[in-house]
Design a protein around this ligand. Structure first.
Ligand SMILES: Cc1ncc(COP(=O)(O)O)c(C=O)c1O
Length: 412
């Protein structure tokens, strides 16, 4: 692939031998699939953790181009970076694929902060905030008074995740605190929300129970005098598998990146999603080695035939799981290998076999991609190390340049 117009971070893509190529057209198309799956709801693209490792701003723009009308992050610092970048026009083109302009200043929800956080900065950046308890409402209201802005707040109720949110028996207290702040004019309660724990298991009755608890909380909010306009519960699995969880807004993350929230239930392809990220690197060493050559730290692998070795310049310093030692699948020139011996900090070794005389230093090794042409996928890596595709892409280190291919340039 020759390099099309790109945006990238860090700057060293042209000197670094590895890169994560992110197909922004896939992001845009995946948002379209999610909109079709939840036709009566708006879509908040969840772009926390540097857009699950894909690169915050280009992904946010691509998601907006695909029709997402909200963006969601976990941390305030992420929200501030996102707002500043979008306002500055950073991150690539903003025109939607149908020619309409994507919103340049979309609502952004940020859902985690600790006591004493600089909430005034969030309000000045027009960030919606979440509150799980009266102390959070009090801090948001204080920041609103200090900045002279009305804070847009989403009340979180814990319907069964046991994580953020007021427990149902404490939700009335949260509603009362928010209603008081709203009466004072410091707060506008725009949303009530929660998060599903088991939506990736379509038969699990926990989801139905969470919908019931959520519906009861919405009634509590109404009785408390609140009229939240944006009620939201579903992430990717809820969006794709549970229409009853859609309410006014869905908050997909992993599916935006083209990965299935439940590969054992439905693959990306079955869901109409396209994995956006391809992780690849150029071989920095190719050499012949005799049978019996021990490989990498600890000599946990030994060549069984006269062979060729290839060295891929990616390691656990880049987020390649060390647990993938001896296991991680990699393709070179369309042939599939796996990591031989231990994953090092910066490199892994492939045993290319005796026949691979056509593989040369500088050739491209693909660790994972969209699975077309037999390339491994993030799901394959997740399976061999016993984790989830979310972790494989999100843990990719900052050292690996992200190369963003604009929509329509996939074949460049
Ligand atoms: C509150 C919240 N909403 C939505 C998401 C997106 O989840 P998913 O990536 O499963 O779509 C997450 C991510 O974990 C989350 O924490």
């Amino acid at each position: 692939m020759s390099l099309p117009e790109i945006t990238t971070r860090p700057a060293g893509v042209h000197v670094h031998p590895a890169r994560a190529v992110v197909d922004l057209g896939a992001i845009t198309d995946n948002v379209g699939v999610l909109r079709a799956a939840a036709p009566r709801a708006e879509v908040m693209a969840v772009v926390k953790a540097d857009a699950y490792g894909h690169g915050l701003l280009p992904v946010a723009r691509a998601a907006l181009d695909g029709g997402a009308t909200w963006l969601g992050v976990a941390q305030l610092a992420e929200a501030l970076e996102l707002r500043a970048g979008l306002d500055a026009g950073a991150g690539g083109p903003a025109a939607a694929s149908d020619g309409a302009a994507a919103p340049a200043h979309p609502p952004i929800l940020s859902w985690i902060f600790a006591p004493g956080a600089p909430l005034g900065r969030a309000l000045e950046a027009d960030i919606d905030l979440s509150a799980s308890a009266p102390w959070a409402v009090a801090e948001i209201a204080a920041a609103a008074r200090a900045t002279g802005r009305t804070a847009r707040v989403h009340l979180e109720v814990d319907t069964g995740m046991g994580r953020g949110g007021a427990r149902p028996e404490a939700f009335n207290e949260l509603v009362a605190a928010a209603a008081a702040a709203q009466a004072e004019g410091t707060v506008d309660v725009v949303g009530v929300w929660s998060h599903l724990a088991c939506a990736d298991e379509p038969e699990n009755p926990a989801t139905g129970r969470q919908v019931e608890v959520f519906t009861a909380a919405l009634a509590q909010a109404e009785r408390g005098g609140l009229r939240p306009r944006v009620r939201h519960l579903a992430a990717s699995a809820g969006t794709l598998f549970h229409p009853a969880t859609h309410f006014d807004l869905v908050r997909p993350g992993i599916a935006v990146y083209g990965l299935s929230p439940a590969p054992a239930v439905a693959s990306s392809a079955a869901l109409g999603l396209r994995p956006a990220m391809t992780l690849e690197a150029r071989l920095v060493v190719v050499k012949a080695a005799p049978a019996g050559t021990p490989l990498s730290y600890g000599h946990t692998a030994v060549t069984t035939t006269d062979t060729h070795l290839g060295v891929v310049p990616l390691g656990y310093g880049d987020g390649i799981p060390r647990a993938a030692s001896g296991l991680g699948p990699v393709t070179v020139a369309g042939r599939r290998y796996h990591v031989a011996g231990r994953v090092c900090m910066d490199q892994v070794i492939l045993d290319l076999g005796p026949e691979s005389t056509d593989v040369a230093v500088g050739d491209t090794a693909v660790l994972f991609g969209d699975g077309r042409d037999g390339t491994p996928t993030a799901d394959d890596w997740a399976a061999v190390v016993g984790t989830i595709n979310y972790e494989i892409v999100t843990r990719l280190g900052a050292r690996v340049p992200r190369v963003h291919v604009p929509a329509g340039r996939e074949d460049a």
